[in-house]
Write a protein that binds this ligand. Structure first.
Ligand SMILES: [Zn+2]
Length: 271
């Protein structure tokens, strides 16, 4: 365990535990090299929500009080060096959005976007956030083209290869070279806890090589392979290695808790 101020966070091989203004968070080692880039893996600590959502819940769809979620989102943005903010009601789709203009949305509306599971932008100051509790938030950065992206990948996203589509989009839209792209896979269900009882119906046959025990699959390894198949270099992929269900004091876990919150992972070019 590593101590960040008053917080005790589990140690990851790749994530650095940090804290600022009473909000603990992590950063990926590979992405911390780029001073122009903001990226933060938040935890469930440092917010105002009460159990079972305690405390930094960023989802309006969990049953939490709206004002608490709004305050938590305010804290998230204030913890970063970005002045603009975008997130969506996610839908386990492979719908990706290129943000080439700063979004304007009614602050009384809970979600600026609906049905989107990935964002990409080159715009300085635009923080892009994904909400998770067991699913993977995957951050992407092309330091040559100065383009950042983030996607949400649960098992449905893995089946749809949303991460491969994300790399293809960066190539098509920004002329990125896959070998330049750095990827970070956030805390999510590890092979220890990724039980999938109906795998014969739900998962493609090619995932069987990632079956680590009866009904258990290594979705971290699946994401790594999908990134490599899309042209990302193995040494440019950082997997946090932290399982959400194994660390309920630090992360929300839908599998572990059922009624619970969602924690935030965010990326963007600094203002
Ligand atoms: Zn686990």
């Amino acid at each position: 365990m590593a101590t960040s101020g008053n917080f005790v966070l589990p140690v990851s091989e790749t994530l650095q535990p940090l804290a600022e203004n009473s909000i603990p968070f992590y950063r990926f080692n590979l992405l911390s090299r780029f001073s122009e880039l903001e990226h933060i893996v938040f935890t469930r600590q440092g917010g105002v929500s009460l159990p079972p959502f305690a405390s930094l819940n960023v989802s309006y769809d969990t049953g939490d009080e709206t004002w608490r979620v709004r305050e938590n989102l305010h804290r998230i943005r204030n913890a970063t060096d970005c002045s603009s903010f975008i997130y969506a009601r996610q839908s386990h789709s492979s719908n990706l959005v290129v943000l080439s203009q700063y979004p304007h949305f009614d602050p009384r509306v809970n979600y600026p976007l609906h049905g989107k599971d990935g964002f990409f932008s080159h715009l300085p100051g635009l923080l892009m956030m994904i909400k998770v509790a067991d699913c993977q938030a995957i951050v992407l950065y092309d330091p040559t083209k100065k383009v950042a992206g983030i996607i949400h990948a649960g098992w449905r996203g893995s089946v749809k290869n949303i991460v491969g589509k994300a790399i293809q989009l960066m190539v098509a839209q920004y002329n990125s070279k896959p070998s330049d792209i750095i990827a970070g896979v956030g805390p999510s269900l590890g092979p220890c806890c990724s039980e999938f009882r109906n795998w014969q119906e739900g998962l493609p046959a090619k995932f069987s090589r990632f079956q680590v025990a009866s009904n258990h699959f290594d979705f971290w390894a699946i994401t790594q392979l999908q990134l490599i198949e899309a042209g990302v270099m193995r040494e440019n992929i950082e997997i946090s290695g932290l399982c959400t269900k194994c660390h309920p004091e630090v992360f929300y876990s839908y599998r572990g808790e059922g009624k619970t919150g969602r924690f935030a992972v965010a990326i963007g070019i600094k203002d």
